[in-house]
Design a protein around this ligand. Sequence first.
Ligand SMILES: [Zn+2]
Length: 287
Amino acid sequence: MYQKLEECPSCKHTLFTNHLICTDFSISQESFALVRCNKCGLVFTNPRPDENNIGAYYQSDKYISHANKSNNLINGVYKIARSFTLRSKRQLILSYKKPGRILDYGCGTGHFIDFMYKSGWESVAYDPHIKQLSNSNIRFHDTIQKVSNEDKFDVITAWHVIEHVHDLKITLKLLRKKLKKGGLLFVAVPNINSYDALHYKKYWAAYDVPRHLYHFSQSSFKVLATTCKLSVVKVHPMKLDAFYVSWLSEKYQGSNNMLSAINNGLKSNRQAKSSGEYSSLIYVLKT
Ligand SMILES: [Zn+2]
């Protein structure tokens, strides 16, 4: 049921230091240990539920990124934020590439890939936890084999996905192989060196154990990219995440103080202006 890693999933070093004990506040209320690799600095959940058992930790309507309900004000705000985020992501991609062939790896409910399809991209999506997408013009796969059989892509996106996959390096290497010459991979992950992470500590919602198996800093992410023969072209902020994550973190620490969440979200973005340590980061990667 639980899998204890004996070596770092990024650099294979075998010595770790205890980092933090976190609770799964959203679903199981179980606690999980995070350790930090003594060599590359990657923080990861260890032990972790194995691939056959992680599914139980996703079984909740509360897990908003996989749900699609608009039954209260918060979800209404979330939808507005999502619309803004969709546009920002498209704008970012268009600043690097003109419309071509795109794969959204871990597409969830498919809003992003649907948006890209409607923006003129030849769109392919993958998610092992989804049965089908509502837009039948998007080629959808629920097995990795079908992704492997696909032709190559100008752009591959993995928005808050990499931190969930058990086969970390295998996945990144597969995505690298699926890039056309000159193609780009966009990977978004939370940043454990952000102000909100350092402020909320074990209550920081983006630790999201045990669903998040890895907890990246910019340096540990860059080591991972290098070991997978990818190089970081540029790092971009996801500024809205600071507010969303702070709001969830306030809930997890029992205060549920919306004003405090907004204040910490602002603080996080303000500090990151000079440090670059935003709550979540988008890494643009090339081969
Ligand atoms: Zn390591």
